[in-house]
Design a protein around this ligand. Sequence first.
Ligand code: ACO
Length: 327
Amino acid sequence: MTRAVGILGLGHYVPEKIITNTDMEKIVETSDEWITERTGIKQRHIAAPEEATSDLAYNAAVEALKDAGVAPEELDLVIVGTASSDYIFPSTACLVQARLGAKNAAAFDLAAGCSGFVYSLAVASQMVKSGLYNKILIIGAETLSRIMNWTDRNTCVLFGDGAGAAVVGEVEEGYGVLGIDMGADGGKFLLQPAGGSRNPASEETVAAKGHTIHMNGQEVFKFAIQIMGKTAKRALAKANMKPEELDMLFPHQANYRIITSAAKRLKMPMDKVWVNVDKYANTSAASIPIALCEAQKAGALKKGDNIILDGFGAGLTWAAIVLKWSK
Ligand code: ACO
Protein backbone atom coordinates (compact mmCIF):
# COMPACT_ATOMS: atom_id res chain seq x y z
CA MET A 1 0.00 0.00 0.00
CA THR A 2 1.36 3.42 -0.89
CA ARG A 3 1.57 6.14 1.70
CA ALA A 4 -0.79 9.13 1.60
CA VAL A 5 1.22 12.36 1.83
CA GLY A 6 0.04 15.85 2.68
CA ILE A 7 0.69 19.06 4.57
CA LEU A 8 1.07 18.71 8.36
CA GLY A 9 1.62 22.38 9.21
CA LEU A 10 1.89 25.85 7.66
CA GLY A 11 3.64 29.13 8.47
CA HIS A 12 4.26 32.45 6.81
CA TYR A 13 6.15 35.67 7.34
CA VAL A 14 6.17 39.05 5.61
CA PRO A 15 8.49 41.93 6.51
CA GLU A 16 7.03 44.82 8.47
CA LYS A 17 7.66 47.64 6.02
CA ILE A 18 4.83 48.37 3.58
CA ILE A 19 5.20 50.38 0.38
CA THR A 20 1.83 51.47 -1.03
CA ASN A 21 1.07 52.40 -4.63
CA THR A 22 1.03 56.03 -3.53
CA ASP A 23 4.58 55.57 -2.20
CA MET A 24 5.53 54.04 -5.59
CA GLU A 25 4.33 57.25 -7.28
CA LYS A 26 7.27 58.98 -5.59
CA ILE A 27 9.77 56.41 -6.89
CA VAL A 28 8.77 55.99 -10.57
CA GLU A 29 6.32 57.62 -12.97
CA THR A 30 3.23 55.59 -12.15
CA SER A 31 -0.13 55.92 -10.43
CA ASP A 32 -2.22 54.00 -7.94
CA GLU A 33 -4.92 53.91 -10.61
CA TRP A 34 -2.63 52.29 -13.25
CA ILE A 35 -1.23 49.68 -10.85
CA THR A 36 -4.65 48.80 -9.39
CA GLU A 37 -6.36 48.57 -12.77
CA ARG A 38 -3.63 46.50 -14.51
CA THR A 39 -2.61 44.25 -11.60
CA GLY A 40 -4.93 44.49 -8.57
CA ILE A 41 -1.90 45.34 -6.40
CA LYS A 42 -2.37 48.03 -3.72
CA GLN A 43 0.77 47.56 -1.61
CA ARG A 44 3.80 45.29 -1.05
CA HIS A 45 5.97 44.33 1.96
CA ILE A 46 9.68 45.05 1.63
CA ALA A 47 12.48 43.43 3.67
CA ALA A 48 14.46 45.55 6.12
CA PRO A 49 18.11 46.19 5.12
CA GLU A 50 19.36 43.52 7.54
CA GLU A 51 16.80 40.91 6.39
CA ALA A 52 17.73 38.40 3.68
CA THR A 53 15.74 35.55 2.11
CA SER A 54 16.90 32.98 4.69
CA ASP A 55 15.64 35.21 7.53
CA LEU A 56 12.16 35.37 6.01
CA ALA A 57 12.30 31.63 5.32
CA TYR A 58 13.40 30.87 8.89
CA ASN A 59 10.52 32.85 10.42
CA ALA A 60 7.96 31.05 8.23
CA ALA A 61 9.60 27.68 9.00
CA VAL A 62 9.44 28.16 12.78
CA GLU A 63 5.69 28.81 12.52
CA ALA A 64 5.13 25.81 10.22
CA LEU A 65 7.04 23.43 12.53
CA LYS A 66 5.00 24.67 15.50
CA ASP A 67 1.74 24.25 13.57
CA ALA A 68 2.76 20.70 12.60
CA GLY A 69 4.05 19.81 16.08
CA VAL A 70 7.32 18.69 14.51
CA ALA A 71 10.76 19.33 16.03
CA PRO A 72 13.64 20.49 13.78
CA GLU A 73 15.59 17.27 14.53
CA GLU A 74 12.73 15.22 13.06
CA LEU A 75 13.22 16.78 9.62
CA ASP A 76 14.85 14.62 6.92
CA LEU A 77 15.11 17.34 4.30
CA VAL A 78 14.73 21.10 3.82
CA ILE A 79 13.85 22.43 0.36
CA VAL A 80 13.71 26.17 -0.38
CA GLY A 81 12.09 27.32 -3.61
CA THR A 82 13.60 30.72 -4.39
CA ALA A 83 14.87 32.98 -7.15
CA SER A 84 16.52 35.41 -4.72
CA SER A 85 18.77 33.29 -2.49
CA ASP A 86 21.07 34.91 0.10
CA TYR A 87 24.14 33.83 -1.89
CA ILE A 88 24.84 32.08 -5.21
CA PHE A 89 26.11 29.36 -2.85
CA PRO A 90 25.65 27.90 -0.29
CA SER A 91 21.95 27.28 -0.77
CA THR A 92 19.40 29.18 1.31
CA ALA A 93 18.08 25.77 2.42
CA CYS A 94 21.46 25.02 4.05
CA LEU A 95 21.35 28.35 5.92
CA VAL A 96 17.84 27.61 7.20
CA GLN A 97 18.79 24.01 8.11
CA ALA A 98 21.68 25.27 10.24
CA ARG A 99 19.68 28.04 11.94
CA LEU A 100 16.79 25.69 12.79
CA GLY A 101 19.17 23.07 14.15
CA ALA A 102 17.68 20.52 11.74
CA LYS A 103 20.79 18.40 12.19
CA ASN A 104 19.36 15.25 10.58
CA ALA A 105 18.18 17.00 7.43
CA ALA A 106 19.66 17.25 3.96
CA ALA A 107 19.06 20.60 2.27
CA PHE A 108 18.86 22.09 -1.21
CA ASP A 109 17.31 24.99 -3.11
CA LEU A 110 14.95 24.48 -5.99
CA ALA A 111 14.99 26.95 -8.88
CA ALA A 112 11.62 27.13 -10.62
CA GLY A 113 10.81 30.83 -10.22
CA CYS A 114 7.33 31.48 -8.88
CA SER A 115 6.47 27.76 -9.31
CA GLY A 116 9.16 26.95 -6.70
CA PHE A 117 6.81 26.06 -3.84
CA VAL A 118 4.53 23.83 -5.94
CA TYR A 119 7.57 22.12 -7.52
CA SER A 120 8.98 21.63 -3.98
CA LEU A 121 5.73 20.04 -2.80
CA ALA A 122 5.78 17.71 -5.81
CA VAL A 123 9.36 16.60 -5.03
CA ALA A 124 8.82 16.32 -1.25
CA SER A 125 5.56 14.40 -1.54
CA GLN A 126 7.15 11.75 -3.76
CA MET A 127 10.13 11.38 -1.41
CA VAL A 128 7.78 10.75 1.52
CA LYS A 129 5.49 8.53 -0.57
CA SER A 130 8.43 6.35 -1.59
CA GLY A 131 9.42 5.84 2.05
CA LEU A 132 12.82 7.51 1.57
CA TYR A 133 11.93 10.28 4.05
CA ASN A 134 9.24 10.92 6.68
CA LYS A 135 9.21 14.67 7.30
CA ILE A 136 10.25 17.37 4.85
CA LEU A 137 10.16 21.14 5.34
CA ILE A 138 9.41 23.05 2.14
CA ILE A 139 9.62 26.84 1.91
CA GLY A 140 8.92 29.42 -0.76
CA ALA A 141 10.90 32.55 0.16
CA GLU A 142 11.89 35.69 -1.72
CA THR A 143 13.40 39.12 -1.32
CA LEU A 144 12.82 40.18 -4.92
CA SER A 145 13.12 43.81 -3.78
CA ARG A 146 16.90 43.21 -3.79
CA ILE A 147 16.98 42.30 -7.48
CA MET A 148 14.44 44.84 -8.66
CA ASN A 149 15.32 47.74 -10.94
CA TRP A 150 13.73 50.54 -8.92
CA THR A 151 13.88 52.84 -11.96
CA ASP A 152 11.90 50.48 -14.24
CA ARG A 153 8.16 51.06 -13.76
CA ASN A 154 7.39 48.01 -15.91
CA THR A 155 8.68 45.68 -13.18
CA CYS A 156 9.29 47.43 -9.85
CA VAL A 157 5.61 47.95 -9.06
CA LEU A 158 4.84 44.24 -9.39
CA PHE A 159 6.84 42.45 -6.71
CA GLY A 160 7.06 42.11 -2.92
CA ASP A 161 8.99 40.15 -0.28
CA GLY A 162 7.75 37.27 1.88
CA ALA A 163 7.97 33.60 2.80
CA GLY A 164 5.61 30.66 3.31
CA ALA A 165 6.47 27.21 4.65
CA ALA A 166 4.88 23.78 4.98
CA VAL A 167 5.85 20.55 6.72
CA VAL A 168 5.15 17.58 4.45
CA GLY A 169 4.55 14.11 5.85
CA GLU A 170 2.28 11.05 5.97
CA VAL A 171 -1.45 11.73 6.37
CA GLU A 172 -4.61 9.63 6.68
CA GLU A 173 -5.37 7.40 3.70
CA GLY A 174 -7.41 9.14 0.98
CA TYR A 175 -6.15 12.61 2.00
CA GLY A 176 -3.21 14.78 0.91
CA VAL A 177 -1.72 15.01 -2.58
CA LEU A 178 -4.02 13.45 -5.20
CA GLY A 179 -2.70 14.80 -8.51
CA ILE A 180 0.41 16.58 -9.77
CA ASP A 181 1.25 18.31 -13.04
CA MET A 182 4.53 20.10 -13.74
CA GLY A 183 6.12 21.49 -16.87
CA ALA A 184 8.61 23.88 -18.39
CA ASP A 185 9.17 25.78 -21.63
CA GLY A 186 12.68 27.20 -21.35
CA GLY A 187 13.06 30.78 -22.57
CA LYS A 188 14.18 34.23 -21.62
CA PHE A 189 11.02 36.26 -21.13
CA LEU A 190 11.84 36.62 -17.46
CA LEU A 191 15.41 36.57 -16.19
CA GLN A 192 18.18 38.12 -14.12
CA PRO A 193 20.82 38.26 -16.87
CA ALA A 194 24.01 38.93 -14.89
CA GLY A 195 25.82 37.47 -11.89
CA GLY A 196 25.90 33.88 -13.11
CA SER A 197 28.41 32.07 -15.33
CA ARG A 198 27.07 33.60 -18.58
CA ASN A 199 27.63 37.22 -17.54
CA PRO A 200 29.72 37.32 -14.35
CA ALA A 201 29.56 40.47 -12.26
CA SER A 202 31.58 43.35 -13.69
CA GLU A 203 31.39 47.14 -13.71
CA GLU A 204 29.57 46.85 -17.06
CA THR A 205 26.92 44.42 -15.77
CA VAL A 206 26.25 46.66 -12.78
CA ALA A 207 26.00 49.77 -14.98
CA ALA A 208 23.59 47.95 -17.32
CA LYS A 209 21.46 46.84 -14.32
CA GLY A 210 22.03 43.25 -15.39
CA HIS A 211 21.63 42.05 -11.81
CA THR A 212 17.96 42.99 -11.75
CA ILE A 213 14.75 41.41 -13.07
CA HIS A 214 14.24 41.77 -16.84
CA MET A 215 10.80 40.83 -18.07
CA ASN A 216 8.70 40.89 -21.19
CA GLY A 217 5.43 41.47 -19.30
CA GLN A 218 3.09 40.93 -22.21
CA GLU A 219 4.66 37.58 -23.20
CA VAL A 220 4.57 36.38 -19.58
CA PHE A 221 0.93 37.51 -19.34
CA LYS A 222 -0.06 35.57 -22.48
CA PHE A 223 1.77 32.48 -21.25
CA ALA A 224 0.23 32.70 -17.77
CA ILE A 225 -3.40 32.94 -18.84
CA GLN A 226 -2.95 29.88 -21.09
CA ILE A 227 -1.00 27.67 -18.75
CA MET A 228 -2.83 28.23 -15.43
CA GLY A 229 -5.98 26.56 -16.77
CA LYS A 230 -4.12 23.82 -18.66
CA THR A 231 -1.89 22.67 -15.80
CA ALA A 232 -4.81 22.74 -13.34
CA LYS A 233 -6.93 20.58 -15.65
CA ARG A 234 -4.06 18.08 -16.06
CA ALA A 235 -3.57 17.82 -12.28
CA LEU A 236 -7.34 17.39 -11.81
CA ALA A 237 -7.39 14.59 -14.41
CA LYS A 238 -4.60 12.80 -12.53
CA ALA A 239 -6.62 13.17 -9.33
CA ASN A 240 -9.70 11.82 -11.14
CA MET A 241 -11.58 14.97 -10.21
CA LYS A 242 -13.72 17.52 -12.03
CA PRO A 243 -13.22 21.29 -11.56
CA GLU A 244 -16.69 21.53 -9.98
CA GLU A 245 -15.54 19.23 -7.17
CA LEU A 246 -12.96 21.82 -6.06
CA ASP A 247 -13.66 23.80 -2.90
CA MET A 248 -10.84 26.31 -3.27
CA LEU A 249 -8.28 27.53 -5.83
CA PHE A 250 -4.93 28.88 -4.63
CA PRO A 251 -3.41 30.56 -7.70
CA HIS A 252 0.02 32.17 -7.88
CA GLN A 253 -0.59 35.81 -6.95
CA ALA A 254 1.01 37.72 -9.84
CA ASN A 255 -1.84 39.77 -11.21
CA TYR A 256 -5.58 39.91 -10.49
CA ARG A 257 -6.39 39.69 -14.20
CA ILE A 258 -4.37 36.45 -14.52
CA ILE A 259 -6.09 35.04 -11.41
CA THR A 260 -9.61 35.79 -12.70
CA SER A 261 -8.74 34.30 -16.08
CA ALA A 262 -7.55 31.06 -14.40
CA ALA A 263 -10.73 30.94 -12.31
CA LYS A 264 -12.83 31.42 -15.44
CA ARG A 265 -11.09 28.58 -17.25
CA LEU A 266 -11.87 26.31 -14.28
CA LYS A 267 -15.40 27.75 -14.03
CA MET A 268 -14.74 28.61 -10.39
CA PRO A 269 -16.62 31.52 -8.77
CA MET A 270 -14.29 34.12 -7.26
CA ASP A 271 -15.52 33.38 -3.72
CA LYS A 272 -13.69 30.04 -4.05
CA VAL A 273 -10.43 31.70 -5.11
CA TRP A 274 -7.93 32.92 -2.51
CA VAL A 275 -6.73 36.40 -3.50
CA ASN A 276 -4.14 38.46 -1.60
CA VAL A 277 -2.19 40.05 -4.46
CA ASP A 278 -3.63 43.41 -3.30
CA LYS A 279 -1.76 43.15 0.04
CA TYR A 280 1.55 41.52 -0.93
CA ALA A 281 1.99 41.98 -4.73
CA ASN A 282 3.87 39.11 -6.43
CA THR A 283 6.02 37.36 -3.82
CA SER A 284 7.06 34.73 -6.38
CA ALA A 285 7.65 31.28 -4.79
CA ALA A 286 6.20 32.56 -1.49
CA SER A 287 2.80 33.57 -2.84
CA ILE A 288 1.00 30.20 -2.74
CA PRO A 289 2.17 29.09 0.74
CA ILE A 290 1.38 32.57 2.15
CA ALA A 291 -2.13 32.26 0.68
CA LEU A 292 -2.57 28.72 2.07
CA CYS A 293 -1.40 29.77 5.51
CA GLU A 294 -3.70 32.80 5.54
CA ALA A 295 -6.64 30.60 4.52
CA GLN A 296 -5.89 28.15 7.32
CA LYS A 297 -5.63 30.97 9.89
CA ALA A 298 -8.92 32.44 8.64
CA GLY A 299 -10.64 29.06 9.15
CA ALA A 300 -11.32 28.81 5.41
CA LEU A 301 -9.82 25.30 5.07
CA LYS A 302 -11.79 22.33 6.40
CA LYS A 303 -10.73 18.69 6.59
CA GLY A 304 -11.83 16.97 3.38
CA ASP A 305 -11.82 20.13 1.24
CA ASN A 306 -10.55 19.59 -2.30
CA ILE A 307 -8.08 22.33 -3.14
CA ILE A 308 -5.72 23.10 -6.00
CA LEU A 309 -2.42 24.98 -5.98
CA ASP A 310 -1.80 26.53 -9.41
CA GLY A 311 1.49 28.27 -10.22
CA PHE A 312 3.63 29.58 -13.07
CA GLY A 313 6.90 31.46 -13.15
CA ALA A 314 10.35 32.20 -14.49
CA GLY A 315 11.86 29.39 -16.52
CA LEU A 316 9.22 29.45 -17.82
CA THR A 317 7.73 26.83 -15.50
CA TRP A 318 4.31 25.78 -14.29
CA ALA A 319 2.88 23.34 -11.76
CA ALA A 320 -0.46 22.42 -10.21
CA ILE A 321 -1.23 20.07 -7.32
CA VAL A 322 -4.64 18.81 -6.17
CA LEU A 323 -4.93 18.01 -2.45
CA LYS A 324 -7.64 16.74 -0.16
CA TRP A 325 -7.04 18.85 2.95
CA SER A 326 -6.12 16.59 5.84
CA LYS A 327 -6.01 18.84 8.92
N1 ACO B 1 2.77 52.78 -14.34
C1 ACO B 1 2.26 53.47 -15.38
N2 ACO B 1 2.39 53.07 -16.66
C2 ACO B 1 3.06 51.92 -16.88
C3 ACO B 1 3.62 51.16 -15.84
C4 ACO B 1 3.46 51.65 -14.53
N3 ACO B 1 3.94 50.98 -13.45
N4 ACO B 1 4.23 50.08 -16.37
C5 ACO B 1 4.05 50.14 -17.69
N5 ACO B 1 3.34 51.24 -18.02
C6 ACO B 1 2.93 51.72 -19.33
C7 ACO B 1 3.77 51.14 -20.45
O1 ACO B 1 4.95 51.91 -20.60
C8 ACO B 1 2.84 51.27 -21.62
O2 ACO B 1 2.87 52.61 -22.08
P1 ACO B 1 2.88 52.94 -23.65
O3 ACO B 1 1.59 52.37 -24.15
O4 ACO B 1 2.95 54.42 -23.65
O5 ACO B 1 4.08 52.23 -24.18
C9 ACO B 1 1.46 51.03 -21.01
O6 ACO B 1 1.61 51.25 -19.61
C10 ACO B 1 0.90 49.64 -21.24
O7 ACO B 1 1.91 48.70 -20.95
P2 ACO B 1 1.65 47.18 -21.16
O8 ACO B 1 2.92 46.43 -20.92
O9 ACO B 1 0.92 46.95 -22.44
O10 ACO B 1 0.62 46.88 -19.97
P3 ACO B 1 -0.13 45.55 -19.66
O11 ACO B 1 -1.58 45.77 -19.66
O12 ACO B 1 0.41 44.40 -20.47
O13 ACO B 1 0.28 45.29 -18.15
C11 ACO B 1 1.79 44.01 -16.80
C12 ACO B 1 1.64 45.12 -17.80
C13 ACO B 1 1.01 44.37 -15.55
C14 ACO B 1 3.26 43.84 -16.48
C15 ACO B 1 1.21 42.69 -17.41
O14 ACO B 1 1.74 42.49 -18.69
C16 ACO B 1 1.50 41.49 -16.56
O15 ACO B 1 0.97 41.34 -15.47
N6 ACO B 1 2.32 40.54 -17.05
C17 ACO B 1 2.68 39.36 -16.30
C18 ACO B 1 3.82 39.66 -15.40
C19 ACO B 1 4.05 38.58 -14.37
O16 ACO B 1 3.14 37.94 -13.90
N7 ACO B 1 5.31 38.42 -14.00
C20 ACO B 1 5.70 37.55 -12.96
C21 ACO B 1 5.95 36.19 -13.44
S1 ACO B 1 6.24 35.11 -12.15
C22 ACO B 1 7.91 35.05 -11.68
O17 ACO B 1 8.54 34.03 -11.84
C23 ACO B 1 8.55 36.21 -11.04
